[in-house]
Design a protein around this ligand. Structure first.
Ligand SMILES: [Mn+2]
Length: 329
């Protein structure tokens, strides 16, 4: 760890020790790492006797099927009245634009930003951003050790969820010896790792199978195969009976196709601002930084996994991707 990170680790631990009341938040459409970090941090702070409120927006509840086994019974969807008196802890949030708490957040001196996104905008009073961490869960795990909180099976399960989802089940390059050491420690607590895998990855609704089939059928290659993408329309979702969240995982199939440097899943979406596309990208070999492409499109993410929303039409969007990839390769 570099000296700045060491300093912020101490500051973070001391802020967590000194605070009495906390409000924990994560990014919208929370994934396994967002949920795992939020739930584990809540349990860790409660083990220290703190008053903890965790927030997830009503739009994001109930959780999608992968995560419906998590105990979210005490998660609130209303911003507590005393939010401005609480230490607000942002977990796995690259920026505050993705959070509904942006206006309600506490005084800036009570804002803890714990994350691993390399493009984190450092919006906190304490920014504990470790780009080398596989997941925010990995940072929370280290903080639990720093705080002297013993891992219970509940804490370990939540941390394990964050770890396996953000490392792609230990397949992505971010799965370091440290990530595996973390897994060893979590499994030693007595959690059932296989059960968590099955709950998250082998609990597929049939509609998701049909959506995958559709996406793989319409896959296209550009730039001599360096870009592999699928476009899913509103009709595709309707005909398969699948919500947008069922696209999770499709892009990993596209990325696996021989010769692919970048895989993209483009899905149509209609909301209050009208019709647009959401683009989710993965870099296959780490040579192309997809977060740069995402930023060019008005989004963000990690070098190997990023996304953006666009008002461009289908063809213009694909042209933008091709242009951006050609610039980098
Ligand atoms: Mn994460």
């Amino acid at each position: 760890m570099n000296p700045t990170a060491t300093q912020s680790r101490e500051q973070t631990i001391s802020a967590l020790q000194q605070g009495e009341r906390f409000l924990l938040v994560t990014h919208e459409h929370p994934d396994g790492d967002a949920l795992g970090s939020l739930l584990s941090m809540s349990l860790i702070l409660r083990a220290l006797g703190k008053d903890v409120v965790s927030f997830i927006a009503a739009d994001d509840l109930p959780l999608s099927y992968e995560y419906d086994w998590l105990d979210v019974s005490d998660i609130v969807s209303e911003i507590p009245r005393d939010a401005d008196e609480r230490v607000v802890v942002f977990l796995d949030c690259g920026n505050t634009e993705r959070s509904p708490l942006v206006d309600a957040a506490a005084a800036p001196e009570h804002l803890l930003n714990i994350d691993h996104h390399h493009d984190n905008t450092r919006f906190g009073s304490i920014d504990y951003v470790l780009e080398d961490a596989s997941s925010t869960a990995e940072i929370v795990w280290d903080l639990a050790n720093g705080l002297g909180v013993a891992l219970t099976p509940e804490i370990a399960e939540a941390l394990y969820l964050g770890l396996i989802t953000d490392t792609g089940r230990f397949m992505y390059p971010n799965a370091t010896p440290r990530s595996h050491a973390m897994a060893t420690e979590l499994l030693a607590v007595g959690i059932d790792g296989n059960l968590i895998f099955r709950r998250v990855y082998e609990n597929l609704p049939e509609a998701k199978l049909h959506l995958f089939a559709r996406a793989l059928t319409v896959a296209e290659r550009y730039l001599d195969g360096r870009l592999t993408l699928s476009v899913l329309s509103n009709d595709d979702f309707e005909q398969c009976g699948a919500p947008a969240s069922y696209t999770e995982g499709i892009v990993d199939f596209l990325r696996a196709v021989d010769g692919t440097r970048v895989a993209a899943l483009i899905r149509e979406t209609t909301d209050e601002s009208g019709q647009s596309y959401r683009v989710s990208m993965r870099s296959s070999d780490g040579e192309i930084d997809v977060s740069m492409i995402a930023r060019a499109g008005g989004g963000g993410g990690h070098p190997a996994a990023a996304g953006f929303k666009s008002e461009l039409g289908r063809d213009d969007l694909i042209a933008l991707l091709c242009e951006q990839i050609s610039e980098q390769s």
